[in-house]
Design a protein around this ligand. Structure first.
Ligand SMILES: Cc1ncc(COP(=O)(O)O)c(C=O)c1O
Length: 450
């Protein structure tokens, strides 16, 4: 089977024809080490040549089953037809004017789509940016401007980016924060309902975690000082943690009762990834503001803050922006990505991916005590690895599974506060055979742990 995306006739197959990394990748890696800052790390040390559908081909001719989507970005596949068509047409018309100097229709169209697609039928406005971190920073700016308050509440295991303010919002020290302080003030972290690791068990998790979070906010910060509560409805870098059902609605209600802006960070979980346009829809949450990026534009850099008109419009004219935010080519790509999501019904595809992956991974969990939990929704699925018979995190086994997969031609990513989660983020257009073959390799990798 072949796919047009990624260039003509990119075979949709796993193919390992050299050692991993192959000689051309090794040569390029030597150049990378000599020219690129050491802080820019590499998950899998091969250089990309082409990608599309469910595969990524490297410069040595190896073809990897892509279970990472460039960290949840290429949900519509790499070089998706509508993305390329619309972005190429825009490239020929103009590449940049700066929306704050001379606006263009594509920017408005993306904001109109965001108003249609995000939860709630209230009046909405959007502002566009380049990266997820920039969107989160701007959501905080907007919430502060609207409320006249300063404090921001975030959660254990949360990840919101690598800029100074978003580092402060992010929970995990290594590698995101180590040595980079001082961090922005007025950021407070409270517990999240992490069922697998909740001390009194998953049954009590939602209620107890919400009570603790609310108590800490009330006693340590003062609800009246809080501008925003920022949370990922399905936590990404923290380890694909699904907050226990009931936790999010309780926190959203607390925010509403106290005039706090509730911000859903859907940068990783949004745009069909979990089988819905946005993960917070699963519990009927209507956030005041929602941040999006990654999957929104099929691989081009675009991010957004969307929210209630009265909150978004609280900021004075000129208070939001940046030279490139909402670049016309990125906007055209986003319209192509959204067109693809609708036409191919990628929400249904994500749900189908869950239907295939979850039972197979559950079965592996029965056979391999190293899998502590299988969790996630849609095409955002993970296994948390532990020392068998305990809940002690097992980062070494996690790294070994990832390494085995890479060597065998399957691109997987790891994640988690404890570095012990293998996460799967396939492009939503991946073929079912390819997905199953990828899972076969994961199974081999688990078996190889001995
Ligand atoms: C939930 C969440 N928020 C924010 C970010 C930061 O986005 P970016 O890397 O585009 O700045 C990420 C990136 O992984 C994310 O997963």
């Amino acid at each position: 089977m072949t796919e047009l995306s990624g260039g003509p006739a990119l075979p949709q197959e796993r193919r390992v024809v050299t050692a991993i990394p192959g000689p051309k990748s090794q040569e390029l890696m030597a150049r990378k080490q000599a020219a690129v800052a050491a802080g820019v790390g590499t998950v899998m040390p091969v250089f990309a040549a082409r990608a599309g559908g469910g595969v990524l081909e490297d410069v040595d001719g190896n073809s990897f089953i892509d279970l990472g989507s460039g960290i949840a970005v290429t949900s519509v596949g790499n070089s998706a037809e509508a993305v390329v068509r619309r972005a190429a047409a825009q490239l020929e018309r103009f590449t940049h004017t700066c929306v704050m100097v001379t606006p263009y229709e594509g920017y408005v169209e993306v904001c109109e789509e965001l108003a249609r697609l995000t939860p709630g039928d209230h009046a909405k406005r959007s502002a566009l940016f380049n990266s997820g971190a920039e969107a989160v920073e701007n959501a905080v700016k907007i919430a502060r401007s609207y409320t006249g308050r300063q404090a921001v509440v975030v959660f254990d295991h949360g990840y919101h980016g690598r800029t100074n303010l978003t580092m402060a919002l992010t929970a995990k020290n290594m590698p995101y924060k180590q040595g980079f302080g001082p961090f922005a003030p007025e950021v407070y972290r409270v517990p999240v309902a992490y069922p697998f690791r909740w001390p009194t068990g998953p049954e009590n998790c939602a209620e107890e975690a919400a009570a603790q979070a609310i108590d800490q906010i009330s006693k340590q910060v003062g609800a009246g000082n809080v501008a925003a509560i920022v949370i990922e409805p399905l936590l990404g870098e923290g380890g694909f943690i699904e907050p226990a059902k009931g936790f999010l609605p309780r926190i959203a209600e607390f925010a509403r009762d106290n005039g706090i802006v509730f911000v859903a960070d859907e940068i990783q979980s949004g745009f069909c990834r979990t089988g819905r346009w946005f993960a917070c829809e699963d519990e009927g949450i209507v956030p005041d503001l929602i941040t999006t990026a990654k999957g929104i534009a099929g691989g081009l850099p675009l991010a957004a803050v969307t929210g209630r008109a009265e909150i978004m419009d609280a900021v004075h004219s000129g208070g939001l922006g940046g030279t490139y935010g909402g670049n016309p080519v990125a906007c055209a790509a986003a319209l192509g990505a959204i067109e693809t999501m609708r036409e191919l019904d990628l929400n249904a595809k994500a749900r189908r991916i869950e239907e295939i992956m979850k039972p197979r991974l559950e079965k592996m969990a029965q056979q391999h005590g190293v899998i502590g939990e299988v969790r996630g929704r849609g095409a955002m699925i993970a296994i948390e690895l532990v020392k068998p018979g305990t809940k002690e995190p097992h980062p070494e086994a996690t790294a070994a599974v990832a390494r085995h997969c890479h060597q065998a031609g399957v691109l997987v990513l790891t994640t988690g506060t404890y570095g012990n989660v293998v996460r799967f983020l396939p492009p939503l257009v991946i073929g079912e055979d390819l997905l199953n073959e990828g899972l076969d390799v994961v199974e081999e990798a688990l078996a190889s742990l001995g």
